[in-house]
Design a protein around this ligand. Structure first.
Ligand SMILES: [Zn+2]
Length: 391
């Protein structure tokens, strides 16, 4: 199947215009505007960006597609876990809700997501099985990595470790974790299980860490140490990591950089400290961006638009200079792709032809304005036009 497509006269992230030649699902060539032969789409006036990557989403939790409901929020993480468990049995199946959201984000140009899925003694592996089926259903639109996420803790919900083990056997790509001190009350015990499962199954790790201050910094240092000891550089991520906003975070940042541990941030919808993106980048830590909760029992916010999310993070952190805007865009493109092990994330010959073309004169303008999506390309095929999927 030698499918060829020319995106004629698109503006590349470096500001130059080019004909982007796609063949067999990959970017074959960048040619001078108007010079490439073959079936062409006129992309004059459009900025071509790498496909967007949402490095932290919960496809199983979303209420996307259902009537909006008022948000009932508990105070602590433990209270919110209890509230979700009380509502979960009455929600429609994960497959339909997740499918609605996956199709929505694909139409917005997201070509890769890392989705956590709740694994606990209430839902067992049912969410995982729905997400595995969903991954297959949308395989031509968006790639889905799945993290087996112990939303109710591990030690405080006996049986969860065994369920995580089964989830990794059944097809989850990574094992998750959650606030080792605050939720399980035994940071070492929690991390022993998470790292043990990852090593046994040869899978990566992505841990939710909301814990602020000293507890959070201690957990980050321990995660970095364990990552080095297990030779898991490049395969461990910490999501949220609010503790990195602490003034004494320097040693933890250095430890993460040395260990090759990545950070995923969503620009938290609360007045909490955030990982300082530019400082982490300067220290050599890979930082990617994700939506986290999208209209679910944890948050009424979120629309799945990763351009808007990256622009919001840039705004919140005062990233304004051209190279800073470039970094902010990378959080939702090349860095997310690198985190997920995708060969997309760049517009260069040889890369996967995952792209979104937007109504903007440059990548920087696209970041600050989150403009209309003109076209989304997944593995060389046009899958959406003007915000609507082709099928
Ligand atoms: Zn999350």
């Amino acid at each position: 199947m030698a499918e060829r497509l020319v995106l004629s006269g698109a503006v590349l992230p470096d500001g130059t215009a080019a004909d982007i030649v796609i063949a067999d699902g990959r970017i074959a060539q960048l040619a001078a505007p108007g010079t490439a032969a073959g079936p062409a789409e006129d992309c004059t006036g459009m900025a071509a960006l790498p496909g967007l990557a949402d490095a932290h989403i919960h496809l199983d939790k979303t209420l996307w597609g259902l009537p909006f409901e008022a948000h009932a929020r508990g105070g602590t993480v433990a209270e919110r876990i209890a509230f979700e468990r009380s509502r979960r049995p009455s929600l429609p199946p994960v497959f339909g809700r997740g499918l609605a959201l996956a199709r929505h984000v694909a139409a917005l140009g997201t070509t890769q997501v890392r989705s956590h899925v709740d694994i606990d003694t209430q839902s067992g592996l049912s969410g995982l099985f729905d997400l595995l089926r969903l991954r297959e259903a949308v395989r031509d639109l968006v790639d889905i990595q799945i993290v087996a996420f112990p939303q109710s803790g591990i030690l405080r919900d006996p049986g969860t470790a065994e369920l995580l083990d089964a989830a990794l056997r059944e097809g989850a790509d990574l094992v998750g974790g959650l606030d080792p001190s605050a939720i399980d009350g035994d940071a070492a015990g929690h991390l022993d299980i998470v790292f043990g499962l990852a090593e046994r199954h040869g899978k990566g790790i992505d841990i939710h860490l909301h814990e602020p201050g000293a507890a959070g910094l201690g957990a980050l240092a321990d995660i970095a140490r364990r990552t080095g000891a297990a030779a898991m550089q490049g395969r461990v991520a910490v999501s949220h990591a609010f503790a990195l906003g602490h003034p004494a975070a320097g040693p933890a940042v250095d430890a993460l950089a040395r260990a090759g541990v990545a950070i995923v941030t969503n620009g938290p919808p609360r007045a909490v400290a955030m990982p300082p993106v530019a400082a982490l980048q300067a220290a050599g830590v890979l930082v990617a961006a994700g939506s986290d909760n999208i209209r679910d029992l944890w948050s009424p916010h979120g629309n799945g638009d990763m351009l808007q999310r990256a622009g919001m993070i840039a705004y919140m952190q005062g990233l304004c200079a051209p190279e800073e805007l470039e970094l902010a865009l990378a959080l939702a493109t090349s860095h997310g792709a690198a985190l997920c092990g995708s060969d997309g994330g760049r517009i260069a010959p040889g890369g996967a032809a995952d792209m979104v073309l937007v109504a903007a004169g440059s990548a920087a303008e696209a970041l600050v304005s989150a403009p209309p999506r003109r076209m989304v390309i997944k593995r060389g095929r046009i899958i959406a036009r003007d915000g609507k999927l082709e099928s």
